[in-house]
Design a protein around this ligand. Sequence first.
Ligand code: PXL
Length: 277
Amino acid sequence: MNVIPRVACINDISGFGRCSLTTAIAILSAAGVQACPVPTAVLSKHTGFPSFTFHDLTGDMPKYFDTWDDIPIDAVYSGFLGSPKQIDIVSDFIIKRRKTAPDVCVIIDPVMGDAGKLYPTYTDEMKMCMKELVSHADIITPNLTEACFLTGTEYCGEDVEDSFAERLAQRLAEIGCNKIVLTGIRHGDSMVNLTWDNGKVSIDEIHRLGIVFSGTGDIFASVVCAFTAKGYSLSRCVAAAGGFISDVIEHTLSLSSPVKDGVVFEPLLSEINKYLY
Ligand code: PXL
């Protein structure tokens, strides 16, 4: 491992809305992990806003990765991907990297949609490519919507039985990834995550149900990624991510900040390592 764990962060950069690379770089850096960005697209705002610009960087990516052949990397972390070709390029990068670095840890946040709907830039073809990408991952962090799309399961809202969530995790494991954190499940007044670690299932309550802010999935996955890169077990990473999310949401609610502006995490960043119990 590099003295400072090094992570290739493959994600878009959105100028406004606190998500993707903006979030990942801040969280990894605060946790003491080196974030090496691979921008997949440049947006002026995330796609939850009524208007945004979208500049796809698929064409740049193969050469971008080629110049990294001599750079040791401890983990690869991908999030929002802008085109089917781009998802394939990321799969190829992982396959190639594993040949020279079999221990590289691959964390895929299969960012595709929320609340039962795909994001507007997502197509059915991208769904298929994402399924292939997920098969190369060590850890995935889908929300319920993404888990349903990946497994071809009908989405029936977020308040689901544990047995339904567990079956979804099992179907995701059948795609080829054995560590799964299924996020955004509602249990009455609470939000919970289900962790599947090689067939062992645990449920963590994270926060009381309030407003759902955009970008929380990116914060959650970035915390899991940062602490995984530092060598902590999945259960500790999930607990830390849940604790951090819970506190930043509470802080955001206290400021009455607009939902689309994302979660106000900046004031809590310097405390992030304290969430590892
Ligand atoms: O938070 C996930 C995300 C990442 N990147 C872009 C998005 C979204 C969700 O809307 O639009 C560009």
